[in-house]
Design a protein around this ligand. Sequence first.
Ligand SMILES: Nc1nc2c(ncn2[C@@H]2O[C@H](COP(=O)(O)OP(=O)(O)OP(=O)(O)O)[C@@H](O)[C@H]2O)c(=O)[nH]1
Ligand SMILES: [Mg+2]
Length: 179
Amino acid sequence: MQGKNPKNPKKIVLMGLDNSGKTSIMLCLKGVKNLSSFSTVKPTRGFEINRFHTLGSEFNIWDFGGQEKFREDYFKNFGNQIKGASKLIYVLDVQDKERYDISLEYLAKIIMLLKKTKIVLDFSLFLHKFDPDIEIIKEEIKEEVIQMLLKQIEDLIPPDFPCQIYKTSISTVFQKSVT
Ligand SMILES: Nc1nc2c(ncn2[C@@H]2O[C@H](COP(=O)(O)OP(=O)(O)OP(=O)(O)O)[C@@H](O)[C@H]2O)c(=O)[nH]1
Ligand SMILES: [Mg+2]
């Protein structure tokens, strides 16, 4: 089975705009717990592949840096970059309200290309930086803003395209680790 065999690790792809939190999520998935690794994370240039082992399986996380200059490159060779992936996680920074439109455009293009290239994988959308105190630290991120965003996402995802949506935050990882 793919993932169980060290020679055939499961490929997980992380995509989303720059600064949305992909590399931080990758560190969480790898089980990194020391805060300094999170605070020293730098923007990813192009894509980076991180291999790790958990729950008896091997994984390769392909972390696609989200700066515009890199995003354009991925689309030139999309089929080959994504080939063999069993999961794609799209990361949208809920605290970056000014760039919801750009992020949804990127998401729509990825979905369109997945359909065009007939690549079938498990697709998840992380509404990330959904910190426990989000309404206090970011006054503009009110419940109705999130509801509107969810409506836009719903309109954008084709009915025959299964997608799981999660609210995520790296803060909850740290909360869990101290209790
Ligand atoms: N408040 C908050 N900040 C977060 C969270 N996750 C990541 N960050 C911060 O967001 C910033 C960007 O995180 P990265 O993981 O480098 O983002 P990225 O998506 O990998 O960015 P690129 O590599 O440029 O595509 C860092 O300062 C992180 O500490 C979160 O859940 N909540
Ligand atoms: Mg990164």
